[in-house]
Design a protein around this ligand. Structure first.
Ligand SMILES: [Zn+2]
Length: 215
């Protein structure tokens, strides 16, 4: 029985400080070799077995591994994927490629079977960055079009936007020049009695209407 549960028992009465609820179980005061071996709970053992059964053989690429770093994974290493995976064909050349029914198309083989990548992975970010620079920092739609000739990137548009937003050269291009500070106004323009005389009618702009002022 767990020592920590002693205080929750209805007939528990810790009469002395030597009670094991205060000092801990007896084996804690003995050598490590005499400690009881840890026992896995049935739920934990079943979960570990399920993880091993669901694991993919190492020779097949597993795109879910890409999510482990950025999207997080549970304690068994399985990734949490928030969106459905595209239909994939993992067998041919060791790379996970998009499956489809357009084998007879005249497009290139890479365009018909694009490589599936995770846009949140560091490798994909570097790939998008290279394509962004190869396109001479062009607009995002051109970069997206170039990437889709070879790759099927999840979260493609947000990834391209993020790379363009963090590009130093694009920051300079997008920047708006600051208005330089103007000089001080001369006193003649600030003194109301110096240049304005109301001895004669004169036109003045009041609001949007031009009116004649008479003294
Ligand atoms: Zn750029």
């Amino acid at each position: 029985m767990n020592v920590a549960d002693d205080a929750t028992r209805p007939n528990y009465s810790p009469d002395t400080n030597a009670n094991r609820w205060f000092v801990g179980p007896d084996f804690l005061r003995g050598p490590d070799s005499e400690w009881p071996a840890p026992i896995n709970s049935p739920e934990e053992s079943a979960e570990t077995y399920a993880c091993q059964a669901d694991s993919i053989p190492p020779h097949l690429p597993d795109i879910s591994r890409m999510y482990e770093r950025d999207a997080g994974a549970d304690h068994c290493g399985r990734a949490r994927i928030s969106r459905p995976m595209p239909q994939a064909d993992p067998a041919k050349d060791g790379v996970l490629r998009l499956d489809g029914r357009i084998s007879a198309a005249t497009a290139s083989a890479a365009a018909k079977r694009p490589i599936i990548l995770d846009g949140r992975h560091t490798f994909t970010t570097l790939l998008v960055q290279r394509e962004h620079e190869t396109a001479q920092h062009a607009n995002n739609e051109r970069v997206i079009n170039n990437l889709r000739q070879k790759y099927w990137i999840l979260h493609l548009r947000p990834t391209v936007k993020r790379v363009a937003r963090s590009c130093a050269r694009c920051m300079v291009t997008r920047s708006i020049p600051r208005t330089p500070p103007t000089g001080e106004l001369p006193r003649a323009r600030l003194d109301p009695t110096h240049s304005l005389s109301l001895s004669h009618p004169c036109d003045a702009l009041i609001g949007r209407a031009r009116r004649s002022l008479k003294q």
